[in-house]
Design a protein around this ligand. Structure first.
Ligand code: ARG
Length: 403
């Protein structure tokens, strides 16, 4: 008789494969391996991944597909918020962890488990994201984080542990980047990337597309329709969130778009360097921002820009299921009422070039903006400038000097 049940966030990768055996050996628990599918299994042999957990020793292994929920309830609100961590990172690992945790907690409750385990190291953000969400939904569940307990000190040690126990792996020592994949993103960290002085060897790294140099010499056009801030069609063809992102990933990837090489400030203190492939996400963020430039009034747009950075921080820090994030999302939703329209883009060698924006709710008044004749009375601005400049004029008259 084992000492209880542990639901493990299983990905089929190195860490979580090793975790199965380690938890059995060290905690004497029945391990239920659960692969919460947010898109990481694309191009993978999922049956093999699921079966592998049983071979390693899990009592049960299952896959829960939550891709649609991920696209609609997590990714779409982030696009609507234009949320980019440190103005660059489209947050994709950060968005998936709360949903994965929520699904795991539900399973743990169904199975009567008293433990949840994850394969995150003690150095990263993902552990925080998992555990904050677990606390929120199941405050009494105990968390096992083997990386914080075991003697395995590096990915090389983990490979050695796996090899000693004949645990099958999909990576080799040569491609030992720490990766995280979901429907619109693939991250690469570790190895040569750990030194920011090193230029990434893109030919070796990229999986979702090609580098700009390898992209076609001919530009490709794409048109995206948004309805109240949500992307709903590509080139006039209605699509649900996950399919739409998949198509944009293909188009963007082929044109060298969405390769982000950045040094970021982790929640747990250190700076880290990652190369992120987000072709579809980069196109969607750009298209959405372009449409907002036409449809949002100035004050809403400026306030939204300020809050976007805060929203991104909350998501990055794993604070998805919190009152403040929910309140910010309510603000964002309210701003999206008129973000409906069409954005045409030209994709060319890593660039996304605007090729026309239209909206039935456009606030752009061509007559008003034009250099040509209109009802605008140029004389109005003289009084405006007098009042707008009054404080500076008064200060100058009173002797205030500026360098
Ligand atoms: N640095 C990014 C983040 O914190 C990516 C993390 C990817 N996770 C991983 N387990 N490889 O969101």
């Amino acid at each position: 008789m084992s000492k209880g049940i542990c639901v493990l966030a299983y990905s089929g990768g190195l860490d979580t494969s090793v975790c199965i055996r380690w938890i059995i050996e060290n905690y004497d628990l029945d391990v239920v391996a659960c692969l919460v599918e947010v898109g990481q299994e694309q191009d993978q042999d999922t049956d093999f991944t699921v079966a592998k957990a049983l071979k390693i020793g899990a009592v049960e292994s299952l896959m829960l597909n939550v891709q649609d929920e991920f696209a609609d309830q997590y990714v779409a609100p982030a696009i609507a918020a234009n949320a980019l961590y440190e103005n660059k990172y489209p947050l994709v690992s950060a968005l998936s962890r709360p949903l994965i945790s929520k699904a795991l907690v539900k399973l743990a409750q169904e199975r009567g488990a008293s433990y949840i385990a994850h394969g995150c190291t003690g150095k990263g953000n993902d552990q925080v994201r998992f555990e904050l969400a677990i606390k929120t939904f199941a405050p009494k569940l105990k968390v096992i984080a083997p990386w914080r307990e075991w003697d395995i000190k590096s990915r090389e040690d983990a490979i050695a542990y796996a090899e000693a126990r004949a645990i099958p792996l999909r990576i080799t020592r040569e491609t030992n980047y720490s990766k995280d994949k979901n429907i619109w993103h693939l991250s690469h960290e570790g190895m040569d990337l750990e030194d920011p002085a090193n230029e990434p060897v893109y030919d070796k790294i990229l999986e979702l597309g090609v580098s700009p140099e390898k992209a076609p010499d001919k530009a490709q056009y794409v048109t995206i329709d948004f309805k109240q801030g949500i992307p709903v069609a590509i080139d006039g063809k209605p699509m649900d969130g996950a399919a739409l992102i998949e198509l944009l990933n293909k188009l963007g990837g082929a044109n060298g778009i969405g390769i982000i090489d950045m040094v970021e400030n982790r929640l747990v203190g250190m700076k880290s360097r990652g190369v992120y492939e987000t072709p579809g996400g980069t196109i969607l963020y750009k298209a959405h921002a372009l449409l907002e430039s036409l449809t949002l009034d100035k004050d809403t747009s400026h306030l939204k820009d300020q809050l976007a950075i805060r929203f991104a921080e909350l998501v990055y820090n794993g604070q998805w299921f919190t009152p403040v994030r929910q309140a910010l999302s309510a603000f964002v939703s309210e701003t999206q009422k008129y973000v409906t329209g069409q954005v045409k883009l030209k994709l060319y060698k890593g660039n996304i070039i605007p090729a026309g924006i239209t909206s039935p709710y456009s606030l752009y008044d061509a007559e008003l903006a034009s250099f040509g004749e209109s009802d605008y009375d140029h004389n109005d601005s003289a009084g405006f400038i007098t009042l707008f400049g009054l404080p500076y004029q008064v200060a100058a008259l009173l002797g205030r000097e500026y360098k």
